[in-house]
Design a protein. Structure first.
Ligand SMILES: CC(=O)N[C@H]1[C@@H](OP(=O)(O)OP(=O)(O)OC[C@H]2O[C@@H](n3ccc(=O)[nH]c3=O)[C@H](O)[C@@H]2O)O[C@H](CO)[C@@H](O)[C@@H]1O
Ligand SMILES: C=C(OP(=O)(O)O)C(=O)O
Length: 429
């Protein structure tokens, strides 16, 4: 199992290219199931989750190639991948594949819409919370699907096809918005999704679906209207930049000091996090093709935050922001409102000397003057990168174990940080 060793204490200076967004790439890849034509995605990041999803899509019969090669032969960056789902040979997504990644459950929407049937393993709980799928099931039922849960699988059918309807999501769900929007593109008539997620990844998926011929209005607002069409065509679409990777590296610079330009991204993708970072003492300035980040000359100021659906502060940046607050000049409260168990980084940050107390969904972080390197364990994707951020500022060596979590969502992290002066090394095996 790979580990990452960080020798802390160096400022970050230089350029960090931001990759395509994992959380946009996954639903975009799944959208390839909606058409028998080729969907070409550009700027696809090289990540474990992307590889996993290609296996799941491959099991359904989706053919894919990277720049003329079969996937797996190319460890390149910002890849262009062609997906073709002309022959869907299997509408079952088995437990062995789905259990590795929650987003794989999302194939249920396109499979039902195009094939009128799907048998998809329930994704199950994961480290950050129970993560139920009730909203997906209720939403698809509202579109006319029959769904039963049998032996750990959602077994769904829609004889004659899905039919448009009005559906109000009881809670904002990014995944349910993706799935219901995809399903509705091929349903008969109009679908209105209320209380929809407004995340940039939802807008990116809608943009791609529209390029494929879907009729969608309102993506990026709480009400999305979809007028179903009989079939979708292929398209070419560039995946939007990863706002979570952007925010993560901005927080790393705020933590270590230095001056870094994040290229291929935009602060518009993370309005609340950028504003919060500003209050914490970082300057984020838009520059041509990216964002320049540096500290405003003072220390790190404590800032209270609460996670929220977009445009609020993203839960996927909560752990990283907590790492930053461990060295603030005062105490900050961090409230997690999206996932009930997303504080597992707290005990690992404590190994580095952080002072954090938990009270329900609120973490009180009392800034300390210095952190000291230690062996720590990555517990989930964003928790693992919070340990990297803390390690970059800690005295001595931090050894992050279980970096397979990190590899789900951060492309070439050691190289990107190393190019900016950090001492970060992957220890294989
Ligand atoms: C691959 C991907 O894009 N993952 C992101 C996506 O996850 P994901 O789409 O799984 O997260 P959701 O937005 O669905 O979850 C939001 C909340 O709704 C709850 N819920 C969701 C569905 C449901 O049927 N019932 C229900 O109760 C969840 O448990 C959670 O408490 O959005 C999350 C919230 O921004 C991010 O942290 C994840 O990084
Ligand atoms: C929680 C995340 O991903 P997933 O929804 O795939 O678990 C994440 O990207 O931080």
């Amino acid at each position: 199992m790979d580990r990452i060793r960080i020798r802390g204490g160096n400022e970050l200076n230089g350029i960090i290219p931001i990759s395509g967004a994992k959380n946009a790439t996954l639903p975009l890849m799944i959208a390839s199931l909606l058409t028998d034509d080729t969907l070409t995605l550009e700027n696809v990041p090289h990540l474990a989750d992307v590889e996993n999803l290609t296996r799941i899509l491959g099991n359904h019969g989706v053919d894919f190639s990277v720049a003329g090669k079969r996937l797996g032969q190319d460890a390149g960056r910002g890849r262009t991948i062609h997906f073709n789902a002309r022959n869907i040979v299997d509408t079952t997504a088995p437990y062995e594949l789905v259990s590795k990644m929650r987003a794989s459950f999302w194939v249920i929407g396109p499979l039902l819409a195009r094939m009128h049937q799907a048998r998809v393993s329930l994704p199950g709980g994961c480290a950050i919370g129970t993560r139920p799928v009730d909203i997906f099931i209720d939403g698809l039922r509202a579109l006319g699907a029959d769904i039963e849960i049998e032996a750990g699988y959602a077994v769904a059918s829609a004889r004659g096809g899905l039919v448009g309807n009005r559906f109000r999501m009881p809670k904002v769900s990014v995944g349910a918005t993706h799935v219901l929007m995809m399903a509705a593109t091929l349903a008969k008539g109009e679908t209105i999704l209320e209380n929809a997620a407004r995340e940039p990844e939802v807008v990116d998926l809608a943009t791609c679906l529209k390029a494929m011929g879907a009729k969608i209005e309102g993506a990026g607002t709480s009400t999305i209207r979809i007028d179903g069409v009989p079939a979708l065509s292929g398209a070419r679409h560039r995946v939007l930049p990863d706002r979570i990777e952007t925010g993560t590296y901005a927080m790393a610079v705020a933590m270590t000091g230095g001056d870094v330009t994040l290229t291929g991204t935009s602060a518009d993708l993370l309005p609340t996090a950028a504003e919060t970072l500003g209050r914490a003492g970082a300057v984020l300035t838009p520059v041509e093709g990216g964002i320049r980040v540096y500290r405003n000359g003072g220390g790190i100021a404590p800032v209270d935050v609460s996670t929220d659906p977009f445009p609020g502060f993203p839960t996927d940046l909560q752990a990283q922001f907590m790492a930053l607050m461990t060295m603030a000049n005062g105490t900050a409260s961090i409230t997690e409102t999206i996932f009930e168990n997303r504080f597992m980084h707290v005990q690992e940050l404590a190994r580095l000397g952080a002072k954090i107390s938990l009270s329900g969904q609120v973490a009180h972080v009392e800034g300390v003057q210095k952190l000291k390197g230690a062996p720590v364990m990555a517990t989930d994707l964003r928790a693992s990168v919070s340990l990297v951020i803390a390690g970059l500022a800690a005295e001595g060596d931090t050894l992050v174990n279980r970096v397979y979590h990190l590899d789900r969502g951060f492309e070439r992290l050691e190289e990107k940080l190393g190019n900016c002066g950090a001492e970060v090394e992957r220890i294989s095996g």
